[in-house]
Design a protein around this ligand. Structure first.
Ligand code: R5P
Length: 295
């Protein structure tokens, strides 16, 4: 593996970790905005006949996607051999069907877009629900790296008598596998989304797990409402303080503050999206995954 890594602004901490590995070396570029908001991209390293990787986590994707397009076009123009897109968080996976008549289904359209620009995509735990595998919508090689071994290690190291709680059916896949690795019980709740900022979570009986620490695990924390509503049930019933773990901490708007204000003291995320809650470093899984790509 010999990959020249280009890093978009905001991803430098992850980049620094990746550059520690043999076969990954730094490529230089400038990304900025003109005063009128238009995007500017300049390649400052020679990319001719080289295999490139571009690192960009896609939270707030609409602000970034055009620069990625310009980067990919520019790299091709200067003769790059291949472009692997490392998107620790991959956006536009949740609108995977039309929930109301007339709605756009963005997941497939976004996948087509990226498939035209880059040669392969590597990401962590994409939100696979009705779409079971990225290959259903991406026409290029994709690799979805599970963060769960590292989440399991975290729980085993830091949480006393855990019981894993999945707030909705979509979280079952993570919760079930992590619980197996930790060797603890788990429970999957039912969630109804009432709007962008409103969910209703219902619990089955919880008498059997009364003395354990509820560890709420979800792939994405966005508005935080799912975690807040779920935690509230356990807080009301006198459980030990719940711990919230998210693979991708988007924390839209004031979500992080609101979670804290709701009395959730421990919120831990992986570093797929840079945030003060990052407590689980997943970057070490990237080099091995890169070696699985077909070039
Ligand atoms: C959706 O199904 C995901 O798995 C998460 O449960 C969801 O994205 C959390 O969103 P929020 O933080 O806005 O409740």
């Amino acid at each position: 593996m010999d990959l020249q890594l280009f890093c978009f602004p905001g991803n430098e901490a992850f980049e620094k970790r990746l550059l520690q590995y043999d076969g990954i070396y730094s490529g230089k570029m400038t990304i900025r905005r003109f005063p009128d908001g238009e995007s500017y991209v300049r390649l400052c390293s020679d990319v001719t006949h080289k295999d490139l990787a571009v690192l960009l986590s896609l939270h707030q994707p609409d602000e970034k996607i055009l620069s990625l397009y310009y980067f990919a076009k520019l790299a091709r123009q200067f003769g790059a051999k291949s472009i692997t897109f490392i998107a620790p968080y991959l956006a536009y996976m949740r609108q995977d069907q039309a929930f109301k008549p007339g709605e756009v289904v963005t997941s497939g359209l976004f996948a087509q877009l990226l498939s035209d620009w880059v040669d392969a995509i590597l990401t962590f735990d994409p939100h696979l629900h009705r779409i079971r595998d990225l290959s259903e919508i991406y026409s290029i090689p994709t690799l979805a790296i599970p963060a769960e071994p590292l989440i399991s290690d975290y729980i085993k190291s830091f949480i006393n008598k855990p019981v894993l709680i999945g707030p909705d059916e979509e979280s079952r896949q993570w919760v079930e596998r992590i619980a197996r690795q930790v060797g603890c019980d788990f429970m999957v709740l039912q969630k109804e989304r009432l709007g962008d900022h409103s969910v209703r979570v219902t619990l089955p009986g919880i008498a059997t797990i009364q003395d354990r620490t509820p560890v709420l695990v979800d792939d994405i924390i966005s508005t935080g409402r799912t975690m807040i509503e779920t935690a509230a049930h356990f807080q009301e019933q006198g459980f030990p303080a719940p711990v919230c773990i998210g693979v991708h901490g988007i924390f839209a708007g004031n979500a992080y503050r609101e979670l804290k204000d709701a009395g959730i003291e421990t919120i831990v995320t992986t570093n797929t999206i840079p945030h003060p809650s990052n407590g689980i470093d997943v970057s070490g899984l990237v080099p091995g995954a890169l070696r699985q790509l077909p070039y």
